[in-house]
Design a protein around this ligand. Sequence first.
Ligand code: COA
Length: 151
Amino acid sequence: MTAWRFARLDGLSAREVHDILRARAAVFVVEQACAFQDVDGADPESWHLFAAAGGEVRAYCRLVPAGVKFAEPSIGRVVTARGARGTGLGRALMREALARAQALWPGQAIRIGAQLHLERFYGEFGFARASEPYDEDGIPHIEMLRPGGPA
Ligand SMILES: CC(C)(COP(=O)(O)OP(=O)(O)OC[C@H]1O[C@@H](n2cnc3c(N)ncnc32)[C@H](O)[C@@H]1OP(=O)(O)O)[C@@H](O)C(=O)NCCC(=O)NCCS
């Protein structure tokens, strides 16, 4: 079973912050060949959910409160390490994130900015397309909304 760690930025050690930012940059900047401002100012407002093994972050996402990215709470920077893909870890991460979001913000809708090719993946978790496709840093995205109500 995956051991999840869940904390505000100030509750993380400097080493954990380093490992998280390293994992995010490895995928969102290097793997996806995308020059963008990953450290965007939302991290101090967010909750950070991750699983690490052998000093490497294997899965990570952040839970962003309402009013920071969107009017609704959001889940972002959803990522698994390259070597961990296709093992079910990404789905486990999303299940854990939604359970945490439900506990933090009971009954609230969640809006995400999803890479377009992952529409089916997020659809499995109750998210539905809520915008036309748009370009974000050269990558096609859509907003997706998971309606509020009982989990
Ligand atoms: C999206 C991501 C977190 C999924 O993690 P994972 O550990 O591979 O996920 P799982 O093994 O639990 O599930 C795999 C599912 O992810 C989806 N998926 C993963 N990569 C995909 C791709 N390139 N295109 C479409 N769907 C993909 C599929 O639904 C797949 O299910 P399938 O194998 O039954 O088709 C991972 O691929 C990743 O980190 N991608 C790069 C970062 C990223 O783009 N994050 C999303 C930002 S919106």
